[in-house]
Design a protein around this ligand. Structure first.
Ligand code: ADP
Ligand code: MG
Length: 225
């Protein structure tokens, strides 16, 4: 029980601290976006419309990430709807590929026919992106990353495999602790968010790791027909 209480305290801490940071980042972004829109209309920038468009788009993207994160840290329950996990993965794949290819990581999908699951689409996208990002970062000199879905033990399973150096046992114990990171510029929030998301989905995470790579498995219950 003591361990559970500690875990919940950590969860609350990540929720409130990250929410504050996210809020504080939003205001300057709004200011920058506003002035970009003003400058965009000026005569001398008429040949730079594409650059302005891109800058505003990127600000909107950052705002979306913050909004998604805020909704995640505030809401107690996920907005679960019956939907296709494979469709979510396929829709996100071009983004994943672009991200991976710029780090010399090659990605493959291996999706099996699985039934629709009760999912919060935004949260599943975030879960996937966080695990993929870790996989890419585990292979600094490149490698292969494979995303799979399959059925096992009456569960639908999502797995993300990398060919990185693996996770040593003393680090495994700390995974999911907010702000725990071994990376110079890491936030240590990625897995904490993943655990929060899986918790909301009644799903569980299993990790298979060795010095030749790591696989994160996420087990989802099948909805009762
Ligand atoms: P961050 O990526 O910002 O460090 P995360 O919560 O995503 O934070 O991950 C926490 C730590 O877990 C990482 O710093 C790393 O040490 C370890 N880790 C997570 N995924 C992997 C992986 N696929 N391979 C090796 N180590 C990993
Ligand atoms: Mg991470």
């Amino acid at each position: 029980l003591e361990q559970m209480t500690a875990a919940f305290d950590r969860m609350n801490m990540v929720g409130s601290m990250a929410a504050t940071v996210a809020h504080e980042i939003r205001n300057p972004l709004t200011t920058v976006r506003g002035y970009l829109q003003v400058l965009e209309r000026k005569e001398e920038y008429q040949t730079d419309q594409d650059k302005f468009e891109l800058m505003i788009e990127e600000i909107d993207r950052a705002n979306n990430i913050i909004r998604e994160y805020l909704s995640l840290s505030h809401e107690k329950f996920a907005n679960l709807k019956k939907c296709s996990l494979n469709n979510i993965i396929e829709a996100l794949f071009p983004l994943i590929q672009a991200d991976a290819n710029s780090s010399k990581v090659y990605t493959a999908l291996n999706l099996s026919d699985i039934p629709e699951l009760l999912l919060d689409e935004n949260e599943i996208r975030q879960l996937l992106l966080n695990l993929v990002r870790n996989g890419i970062e585990a292979m600094p000199s490149g490698g292969n990353l494979v995303i799979r879905t399959f059925l096992a033990d009456n569960k639908a399973v999502l797995s993300i495999s990398d060919q990185g150096a693996g996770i040593p046992p003393h680090i495994l114990d700390h995974l999911g602790t907010p702000f725990f990171t071994t990376k110079p510029t890491g936030t240590g929030l990625g897995l904490a968010i993943c655990y929060q998301i899986t918790h909301r989905h009644n799903a569980s995470i299993k990790i298979d790791t060795s010095n030749t790579g790591t696989t994160f498995f996420v087990y989802f219950s099948l909805p009762t027909p």
